[in-house]
Design a protein around this ligand. Structure first.
Ligand code: ARG
Length: 477
């Protein structure tokens, strides 16, 4: 595919008023095709709709519209065959227009009537973003399905639950798994909201002041799959709010998966040894033959930092821009592409890791320390009428005693208990069963089997609703 010029502005879309070429130092700075080239399908889609709109507005004859549409089809066939690598066109809009000239002849020069690259690029990006957000949502749903699978096989196992990374209270392993599920349902909402924010048609706004030809923006909206038509052309050409929403949604997905990753790294360590990450998602060391590293989780944790960075970059670009389109806005694409691409790598890997993850129940048993039951011991007294503040203090003294004497709480003689508080009797031995502790928490959202089963059923139902589109399509398309 032949290029033209040296990217120096000669013959560019805007060359009329300039003498001489672009300064050599400006040429590479001005090029964005390497980044925005991937918008070619959206650029063609928008161009087809625009050609038809110009026809309906009687700016173009039916024959001209037809010639443009045939030309655009040919351009599509050429680009589908292979995207040109050695061309000097400034951006995707310039490339498509040049190729259209090669395919359709002079009529190509009429397509840009009433349109600016400002409303064009905004349209392309929103079209791309709407699809990408849908794809991200699907990827997140895959991870959620894998969490449900893991939760399903984790109901019987009791593991330590942590706060401050210190053992706190025992929980069913399924409860821990599902604690990583619900944040993702909130991410789905955010992704859907960002998609809805993206679904506003910019085309027909021109460079900043709107279109002087009677194009029907409602028809354009419908044809391109947008939900609403933008209200103010000056706002529209610089509105990247939806993209900030998308980057925020992506950053939150990243942050949730990073936390899951961190847990997996800890749980897979020899020190915890609670969970085994499948071989297919582990790597070895080039030097230490014994190593089995949880790289999958570390990469997730690392990449999540990029997503936050992308969000902050966009917000920084937007802050302080004067009204209207400014070239700074070109930098938006790289950020969204990166978050979408990297999440595209991460999501299937997380899903696969969770599907193959295996608990080590005997290790879980070893890890459970009796001190996890200190709260239950306090609750035992509460059930016998002792105020919680008193029982908290009493149990604190028992824990100190057990530590001092090197005797586990459950092995301290009853007299020692009674010496600290007379309310204790033989039945205190029942406290020292993991099952009693998790089963005591029957309130919805707790660790009792029935509560966890109900949670699991609710989680399944939520995912099902997203899958059939009850929740995902907030705009009902
Ligand atoms: N490549 C530009 C971008 O991505 C297209 C819009 C150019 N508009 C302009 N007035 N130079 O933002």
């Amino acid at each position: 595919m032949g290029g033209k010029g040296e990217g120096d502005g000669k013959g560019a879309l805007w060359g009329g008023r300039f003498e001489g070429g672009m300064a050599p130092a400006m040429v590479p700075l001005n090029l964005s095709l390497d980044v925005d080239g991937r918008l070619w399908r959206q650029d063609l889609e928008g161009s087809r709709a625009w050609a038809r709109a110009l026809g309906q507005a009687e700016v173009l004859t039916a024959d001209e519209v037809e010639a443009l549409l045939v030309g655009l089809d040919r351009v599509e066939a050429r680009l589908a065959e292979g995207f040109p690598s050695q061309v000097a066109d400034e951006d995707i809009h310039s490339l498509v227009e040049r190729l259209l000239g090669e395919e359709a002849g002079d009529v190509a020069g009429k397509l840009h009537t009433g349109r600016s690259r400002n409303d064009q690029v905004a349209t392309d990006m929103r079209l791309w973003g709407m699809e990408a957000l849908e794809g991200m949502s699907q990827g997140v749903q895959e991870v959620m399905a894998s969490l449900l699978e893991l939760a399903q096989r984790s109901v019987d196992l009791v593991i330590p639950g942590y706060t401050h990374l210190q053992q706190g209270q025992p929980v069913r392993a399924a409860h821990w798994v599902l604690s990583h599920y619900w944040p993702l349902t909130r991410d789905l909402e955010r992704l859907a909201q960002a998609r809805e924010a993206a679904a506003v048609l910019p085309l027909g706004c021109g460079a900043l002041a709107g279109c002087p030809f009677p194009v029907d923006r409602e028809v354009l909206r419908d044809e391109l799959g947008f939900h609403t038509v933008s209200e103010n052309s000056m706002d529209t050409v610089s509105d990247r709010d939806w993209m900030a929403d998308a980057l925020y949604a992506g950053a939150m997905v990243g942050s949730h998966l990073s936390r899951l990753g961190e847990d997996l790294i800890l749980f897979a360590s020899r020190e915890f040894g609670l969970l085994r990450i499948p071989d297919g998602f582990s790597t070895g060391s080039s030097l230490m033959p014994q190593k089995r590293n949880p790289d999958v989780a570390e990469l997730i944790r690392g990449k999540s930092g990029r997503f936050t960075g992308n969000l902050v970059s966009l917000l920084t670009i937007l802050k302080g821009l004067p009204t209207g389109y400014n070239r700074d806005l070109q930098e938006d694409k790289r950020l969204l592409f990166d978050t979408v691409d990297q999440l595209g790598l991460i999501l299937p890997a997380v899903a696969g890791t969770l599907r193959g993850a295996e608990w080590n129940p005997s290790r879980a048993n070893e890890l459970l320390s009796e001190e996890l039951l200190a709260t239950d011991l306090a609750d035992y007294l509460v059930r016998r009428g002792v105020p919680f503040r008193t029982s908290h203090e009493v149990v604190g003294r028992l824990v100190a005693l057990s530590e001092k004497e090197g005797v586990p709480l459950s092995q301290l003689p009853l007299e020692r208990y009674q010496a600290i508080h007379p309310t204790f009797d033989e039945s205190v031995r029942d406290v020292f069963r993991w099952e009693s502790s998790v089963e005591a928490r029957k309130a919805p959202g707790g660790t009792a089997r029935a509560a966890v089963e109900a949670q699991l059923a609710q989680a399944r139902e939520t995912l099902e609703a997203w899958k059939v589109g009850h929740r995902g399509n907030v705009a009902g398309d």
